[in-house]
Design a binder for this molecule. Sequence first.
Ligand SMILES: C[S@@+](CC[C@H](N)C(=O)[O-])C[C@H]1O[C@@H](n2cnc3c(N)ncnc32)[C@H](O)[C@@H]1O
Length: 205
Amino acid sequence: MSSGIRLILTTPYSKRSNKRRASLLFLKEGVKKIRTQGSLLPSSKYLGRRIVKRIPMRDKVVIVELGAGTGAFTEMILAKMPKNGTLLAFETNHILTEHLRKTLIDPRLFIIEDDAARLYKHLEEHSLPPADCIVSGLPFGDFNRAKRQRLLSAIRDGLGDGGLYLQFQYLPVSLQHIKKMFRAKIIGFEMRNFPPAFLYECKKK
Ligand SMILES: C[S@@+](CC[C@H](N)C(=O)[O-])C[C@H]1O[C@@H](n2cnc3c(N)ncnc32)[C@H](O)[C@@H]1O
């Protein structure tokens, strides 16, 4: 009984403090590496909800997250994903992947500290088919043309036919580049995010 009370009292507090710790870590890393991180605060739950509700949560679903950061979406995806689903979460920043490994322990989740451009190789290594859905927060606006092309090609190769690629961006300039490879459109704009963000839905041509 007393341990039950302790649980109720401590859980909401630690969830809040974990969120604060994640935000501070993200801010600290963002100040050091703004051009690869693209923002100073993790995405909001409002943007996360918009994204997660679009993911086809079917049996044995394969989801890939590119640029997982401190896991703002990762946790929300896991909460909705079926038990037999798989989530590969890519993140290049070592400090952020360490944070993800400590805070998100789930047998369906594989945290990959590598460039999202090597997505296909990792799907193969995990004996997974191309993804049903790719969720990306990669800051394309901060990347040069060659890097953007490499990443978009990797997304196209790693996405199954009929799969869905969801991308958020703070400015819709990258849409023109994405449209060269995908059928892409803006499906939402979330004000309750810092910075406010556009959401694109993209499918293979
Ligand atoms: C705008 S942040 C989004 C973080 C998180 N998804 C969120 O919404 O709070 C972009 C993230 O992508 C990561 N990133 C940048 N380039 C990457 C790459 N080539 N491969 C994997 N991750 C990358 C950055 O380190 C950063 O954490």
